[in-house]
Design a protein around this ligand. Structure first.
Ligand SMILES: Nc1ncnc2c1ncn2[C@@H]1O[C@H](COP(=O)(O)OP(=O)(O)OP(=O)(O)O)[C@@H](O)[C@H]1O
Length: 639
């Protein structure tokens, strides 16, 4: 039965006055002021008045529809229930017009290709550009180019809300209509309509957990089964990620649709998922946070991401401490819009994990300072207290726990100073504070390897955006992709895979490996890499070039593409990228530590004091954020 039939049935069954919406005895739905589930599709919404209480039922939303029909079958059996279609004033087709789909930024516009759209009551949101399209069936001949120059790249400067990087102005590129129109006036594509009707998954009423689950994992699973959002926290190495993986496995075994994400590539790799930005289809990473919500929902987030968002029941985000309040807020709004549910995060149950006293978000304020965090988690958390990483070294553990809250002593500093003179073994991993130091070290290490270098050059193309020069396309791709235009490798090179392209082969994003040889196929050579996986296993894969693309903020899907071997050298890494790792030994260069929690995060990667080799350490480099500490002190454990 389609929604139109449901509509008709609902009207006939429920109206005590007959089905005439024009009946004067009906209260006007227009007087209903509650926020609508958004976005909404004309034809699926009902205004319902039950015993004097008004509500809106969205027949496209299974939960909403089920509740409505259960109410009808309840003790009152439809008595005193008034129902009528909810008029969407902005949805009425204007005579003489048809919806227009603009691919803004490409200097083209075209009429909606589906003949079914003509005259159908589909939502017509704001039309961009001149906003005018003539009546008639879609006609190939009626395509006309926009006047040249009517779309131009708009480059603006903005400042971060709480001045990450010292509130330094950052460039933002969006593609807008020069005339000041909305720029994304594309109206309603088939995918928009399908996205607005996607069924939304919600948690089961009762969850049967596998019998193997016990301890903290059982506690978290039980809380989550009651649809309660959980924040998991504790000092470095207390097993947050480990517990997250256990909970995810248990809840998946219980039949729930669970998605595991991380705030960064490495965090994502540790939970076997993708970054939360990629999962949500924020194609330009944090940059999308700065675009208007309707632009992001309509033009940036791909249909596939909307399907993912609707399909999932429980979302896990590891290393949540590095997400900003701005991102969390925007993520919440996007989920509400895509899942058409006004509850926080569109009614999704959340499990977030992270130590808020470790790395601060690179830009903006902490996620916990956002309103939605207060609504969802407040200051209730599950606190893990057993430290597993430094379990064998109580001296190191005590030092880290004091560093975490800024209560370190002179003796602690003297102890750390002893690690400055220790000589690291060759090939030990280096952790740096600044992004530029890691590539320098990587190039230096590569040069030391014997044997010839094999150079892989990317093939960049400006795809669907004629306004982009090749140089500009390359610039866009450099910002959007994590692997460079030129990758130089030798046998023995230590590298990592910065994308999820091998996840299906069991190699998650962020996994490190070593080049064991080069394989020749025809005239091409590919690196054969042994990737180190968890549980001390490894996998050998011939890494071939993959296609990556950059998306301009107008949602032109492939503004530019790059074909390249997706590998980066990984002798050295930044502390930000290493967040979540456990290393037996590493050299940590804290001489340029600048962020709150950075020193703690770098030092706590290593399991024992003897495995730590320090460069440029001094006490001033230990920064504890006052706001994070104050929030940390208010945390209350779930009981
Ligand atoms: N319950 C456990 N049993 C055995 N080993 C564990 C357990 N929990 C964690 N570990 C081990 O302890 C180490 C640190 O765990 P994990 O990375 O989960 O900690 P974390 O709290 O996420 O750390 P960080 O906040 O620093 O990222 C890992 O090597 C992990 O395998």
């Amino acid at each position: 039965m389609d929604t139109a039939e449901l509509w008709a049935m609902a009207t006939v069954v429920c109206s005590p006055f007959g089905a005439s919406p024009a009946s004067s005895r009906w209260a006007s739905p227009a007087s209903f002021h509650s926020p609508l589930p958004c976005p909404v599709v004309d034809g699926t919404l009902l205004w319902v008045c039950t015993a004097g209480v008004e509500s809106v039922v969205d027949l496209a939303n299974p939960r909403s529809a089920a509740t409505f029909f259960m109410t009808l079958g309840g003790p009152a059996r439809g008595k005193d229930v008034r129902v009528r279609g909810f008029p969407l004033p902005w949805c009425r087709p204007t005579p003489g017009r048809v919806p227009v789909h603009y691919t803004s930024g490409t200097k083209r516009r075209r009429l909606a290709t589906s003949a079914a759209l003509v005259g159908a009551p589909f939502p017509m949101t704001a039309i961009g550009g001149d906003g005018v399209a003539r009546m008639g069936r879609p006609d190939e001949n009626s395509f006309e180019a926009l006047p040249s120059g009517s779309i131009r790249p708009h480059v603006s400067e903005y400042r971060d809300d709480v001045g990450g990087a010292g509130g330094k102005p950052r460039r933002r590129v969006a593609w807008v209509y020069a005339e000041g129109g909305r720029g994304h006036g594309g109206v309603c594509s088939n995918k928009d309509i399908r996205a607005a009707r996607l069924p939304v998954a919600t948690m089961f009423d009762s969850v049967f957990l596998p019998s193997r689950v016990h301890g903290e994992a059982l506690r978290v699973c039980q809380v989550q089964s009651c649809r309660t959002d959980v924040c998991l926290t504790g000092p470095p190495g207390c097993g947050k990620t480990h517990l997250v993986n256990q909970v995810v496995a248990a809840l998946r075994d219980a039949g729930l649709a669970v998605t595991a994400c991380g705030s960064s590539d490495v965090a994502a790799a540790l939970v076997g998922g993708t970054t939360v930005h990629s999962w949500a289809g924020f194609c330009n990473g944090n940059a999308d946070v700065w675009s208007p919500l309707d632009t992001v929902v309509k033009n940036v987030i791909p249909y596939g991401a909307k399907v993912r968002m609707c399909d999932v029941m429980l979302l896990v985000i590891d290393v949540v401490g590095t997400l900003s309040a701005a991102f969390l807020k925007r993520f919440d709004l996007v989920l509400r819009a895509v899942r058409r549910w006004p509850a926080p995060f569109g009614g999704l149950t959340l499990l977030v994990a992270g130590d808020l006293l470790q790395l601060a978000p690179p830009f903006g304020s902490y996620a916990f300072s956002s309103d939605v965090w207060g609504l969802v988690f407040g200051n209730r958390v599950v606190i893990l207290k057993t430290n597993w990483r430094q379990m064998c070294d109580p001296q190191m553990l005590g030092l880290l726990l004091r560093l975490q809250t800024g209560q370190h002593t002179d003796a602690d500093m003297a102890l750390l100073a002893t690690r400055r003179t220790a000589v690291p073994p060759p090939d030990v991993m280096c952790l740096f504070c600044h992004t530029l130091d890691a590539p320098y070290k990587n190039v230096e290490e590569l040069r030391r390897l014997p044997g010839p270098s094999v150079v892989f050059e990317a093939v960049d193309k400006a795809e669907d955006a004629p306004y982009l020069t090749l140089a500009r396309a390359t610039e866009l791709l450099d910002g959007a992709l994590k692997y460079p235009r030129v990758v130089s490798l030798r046998v023995g090179a230590v590298l990592a895979i910065p994308t999820s392209c091998l996840t299906s082969q069991g190699v998650p994003c962020g996994t490190r490996g070593v080049v064991i040889c080069f394989r020749t196929v025809g005239r091409r050579r590919y690196p054969r890499v042994r990737f180190s996986l968890s549980a001390r296993t490894s996998k050998v894969i011939d890494v071939t070039p993959t296609l990556g693309h950059a998306v301009a903020l107008d949602g032109v899907k492939r503004a530019a593409t790059r074909m390249q071997v997706p590998l980066v050298l990984a002798w050295a890494s930044t502390i930000h990228s290493a967040q979540g790792w456990t290393l037996d030994e590493a050299t940590v260069d804290l001489s340029k530590a600048f962020a709150a929690g950075q020193a703690l995060s770098g030092l706590s990667r290593i399991s024992t004091l003897s495995g730590l080799f320090l460069i440029g350490f001094d006490e001033d480099r230990i920064i504890v954020d006052d706001a994070a500490l104050a929030f940390h002190e208010t945390l209350v454990d779930f009981s």
